[in-house]
Design a protein around this ligand. Structure first.
Ligand SMILES: Cc1cc2nc3c(=O)[nH]c(=O)nc-3n(C[C@H](O)[C@H](O)[C@H](O)COP(=O)(O)OP(=O)(O)OC[C@H]3O[C@@H](n4cnc5c(N)ncnc54)[C@H](O)[C@@H]3O)c2cc1C
Length: 467
């Protein structure tokens, strides 16, 4: 951080609003600010914007959309807020939860109607913790499609995007007013760009092992499955500025990454009636609680691995995800006609796996909670051909970050707004509280898109007012 009196000519160039990072948060912020007529520049370290957004399944929860209505799904912002608060066990900021739940439908419809993103709602399975089917995705159900469509929308809107530009420092005056940023280029050149408002959309600290060791020691040795360029800049700069950091131990994990293929296997395979066993062929948890907390649970099993067990009916649902199709194409999905054959193919103890199959099917028939507390009553029995994938647990992204208010303005440790600093997406504190269990499916892209849009609007309004 550089904190010094800077004259306007200390900068090579300037833009009223600078946005750091061109993931979902940065691009939604850019689109929203642009609509209000603000001049903006987006700075992105990579040569093509990808971020964790491109690695994701691109699924965004929203309550009360017309896509849900078309499917006859009854939902409301209040119910969504309730689910968010319940999953985070009351740790998330209630005002932010209500705001983001309320704005979720408008944000999805904005992206669909104004920028032509062809969303549809995932209507054929439940996500853990959501009381209604409210995950919205693009046709391929992939984050690559989401980022490509957002970048395309930004290009068509004429938003200037400077790639290969890594922001290395913020330039602030002694009143914590951000005057600009320093950028470095791959050829080693450095520049200073001035601004009147700055939006941090450079995600969290998943790509900074030392910050993971400090804040999330349980995932220190876990595979990091997110974008390596997310190195905790927002949190580090914020700390230097005296900004408030919240829930730094919170994160999104995932307990179903094909191993060793490194492909995300949708949790649909579990929620629709599948289950996980360890190398002993035994179940070890209530998998339906959520995939995020399941990362550490899987990693605590022998060899740090588990096997997702499901069937062809469930595989047909999972095939809507391009990731699952790739997993099948790469041989990660094993098929067998009987539990015994499956055990042989997976090299698991046959009698233990057969007994586990029988126990699960008994639980489905009984319609009561099993010994782990999982209720299988609403799902169908498994039928041949059976399927299995060897999986491990991984860290997907961090959920802690800069505390912001309803205008996405960064707050100081004392709870005051910093003059002209905004944050969205993984740069800001999420809605999941301080544990992996608090992550409700979709919390990542929810705050990237909704808060990104809010940050863009707020920054545009600030620079328009100050003129
Ligand atoms: C495998 C996987 C699956 C997921 N699936 C889902 C899902 O289906 N639904 C969901 O809600 N969430 C999901 N997530 C989480 C989701 O991807 C993130 O929460 C979301 O993409 C965050 O968006 P963002 O814009 O904040 O960050 P990003 O998309 O990571 O964008 C940040 C950008 O900032 C750039 N950057 C970083 N530092 C600098 C710097 N100093 N200077 C310039 N540029 C910089 C990066 O290069 C990057 O392009 C998933 C995550 C993973 C890893």
């Amino acid at each position: 951080m550089t904190t010094e009196p800077i004259s306007a000519d200390g900068f090579a160039a300037s833009a009223p609003v600078i946005i750091v990072g061109a993931g979902a948060a940065g691009l939604c912020a850019a689109l929203a600010a642009n609509e209000l007529g603000a001049e903006i520049v987006v700075l992105e370290r990579d040569s093509v914007p990808r971020g964790s957004t491109a690695l994701s399944a691109g699924l965004i929860p929203a309550a009360g959309t017309r896509f849900q209505a078309a499917r006859g799904i009854d939902d409301s912002a209040a119910l969504f807020a309730f689910d968010l608060e319940r999953k985070a066990q009351g740790e998330a900021d209630a005002r932010m939860v209500k705001l983001i739940a309320r704005e979720s439908a408008a944000t999805i419809e904005w992206l669909a109607d104004r920028y032509g993103l062809p969303f549809s709602v995932v209507h054929d399975f439940d996500y853990p913790g959501h009381s209604a089917r409210r995950m919205h995705g693009l046709p391929s159900r992939s984050g690559v499609e989401l980022i490509d469509r957002l970048r395309d929308a930004a290009e068509r809107a004429g938003v200037p995007l400077i790639v290969n530009a890594t922001v290395t420092a913020l330039v602030a005056d002694t009143a914590r007013n951000i005057r600009g940023v320093e950028i470095s280029r791959p050829n080693g050149s450095r520049d200073r760009l001035g601004c009147q408002a700055l939006i941090l959309a450079c995600n969290g600290y998943g790509g900074a092992p030392e910050l993971i060791a400090r804040h999330i020691p349980e995932m220190r040795d876990a595979l990091y499955f997110g974008h390596p360029g997310n190195r905790g800049n927002a949190a580090l700069w914020g700390e230097e500025l005296g900004a408030k950091l919240l829930h730094m131990s919170g994160y999104q994990g995932h307990g179903s990454v094909a191993h060793p293929h490194g492909i995300l296997i949708s949790w649909a395979v579990i929620m629709e009636g599948g289950f996980q066993v360890n190398v002993k062929g035994e179940r070890f948890s209530d998998e339906s609680l959520g995939y995020s907390e399941q990362a550490a649970v899987v990693l605590s099993q022998p060899e740090g691995i588990a096997f997702d067990i499901f069937d062809e009916r469930i595989a047909a649902i999972a095939r809507q995800f391009v990731d699952f199709q790739q997993a099948e194409a790469s041989g990660a999905v094993i098929e067998a006609a009987t539990p015994e054959e499956l055990a042989a193919r997976l090299r698991l103890p046959s009698s233990a796996l057969s007994q586990t199959f029988a126990e699960v099917e008994d639980a489905k028939r009984a319609g009561a909670k099993d010994r782990f507390g999982r209720n299988f009553s609403a799902v169908a029995p498994l039928a041949a051909p059976f399927k299995a994938v060897k999986v491990t647990g991984a860290l997907f992204h961090t959920q802690g970050g800069l505390a912001v208010d309803e205008e996405a303005r960064v707050l100081s440790v004392e709870g005051m707004r910093l003059p002209n600093l905004f944050a969205a997406g993984g740069a800001a504190a999420g809605l999941s509280g301080s544990h992996a269990t608090g992550y409700l499916s979709g919390n990542g892209l929810l705050t990237a898109t909704v808060l990104g849009r809010i940050a863009g609007r707020s920054a545009a309004e600030l620079v328009t007012q100050t003129g």
